[in-house]
Design a binder for this molecule. Structure first.
Ligand code: URA
Ligand code: URA
Length: 204
């Protein structure tokens, strides 16, 4: 038996201590670091298990997400929930976040400066969660996370090493709503995700 620590680590303020999702959220605060703050209703941080093996990363909140403060709750989000269920998991068992935490006006693509400002918070979330698999949803998320200009059609179907995890690119559920014939590809990607999650841990 080991003795209880004499002093508990500081839990508030910017001092040293274990990084947590709460600390990352606290540092974001009522963020005004980029101009997207002006148009947002609610900052959309992320939802799910802080110890998830599987994380889904999308682009940015849309209208429904901006209102509710929860990622992927609109039509595309409902499809994502079904995609997650297709491999026997629930939204509570995974983690869902976006590269950008505030809704861009009229859902325009986020600008490079907005990505550069916001992405470090996603990296901190991923470093706390330490997932085994990251699914990048759609061209924007895949290209941003992998820092590449390649087309999503060339990136999906492959598995990449990413921040200690395996990154699986797939199509965005909003794209699937317009192109349902590509659902077969996403199903192939999700089978790959399931196999990666079932396989041996890749820790060195
Ligand atoms: N599209 C995204 O990329 N993220 C959301 O949260 C909702 C729609
Ligand atoms: N273009 C996108 O932006 N996302 C997809 O998933 C597919 C094509």
């Amino acid at each position: 038996m080991t003795a209880a620590p004499a002093a508990f680590p500081p839990s508030a303020g910017a001092g040293p201590g274990p990084e947590t999702l709460e600390a990352v959220r606290g540092d974001l605060g009522e963020c005004t670091r980029c101009k997207l703050h002006a148009g947002r209703t609610t900052l959309v941080f992320g939802v799910g298990s802080p110890s998830a093996d599987l994380v889904f990363v999308g682009e940015a909140p849309g209208r429904d997400e901006d209102r509710q403060g929860i990622p992927f709750v609109g039509r595309a989000g409902q499809l994502l929930t079904r995609i997650i269920a297709s491999i026997g998991l629930s939204r509570d068992e995974v983690y869902i976040a976006n590269v950008i935490k505030c809704r861009p006006p009229n859902n325009r693509n986020p600008e490079p400066g907005e990505v550069a400002t916001c992405e470090p918070f996603l990296f901190r979330q991923l470093d706390v969660i330490q997932p085994r698999v990251v699914v990048a949803l759609g061209a924007f998320a895949v290209r941003t996370l992998l820092d590449t200009d390649q087309a999503i059609s060339r990136l999906r179907g492959r598995v990449f090493d990413y921040r200690g995890a395996k990154l699986v690119p797939t199509f965005h559920p909003a794209f699937l709503l317009r192109s349902p014939e590509r659902k077969r590809d996403v199903w192939e990607d999700m089978k790959r995700v399931r196999a990666l999650l079932a396989g041996p841990s890749s820790a060195p």
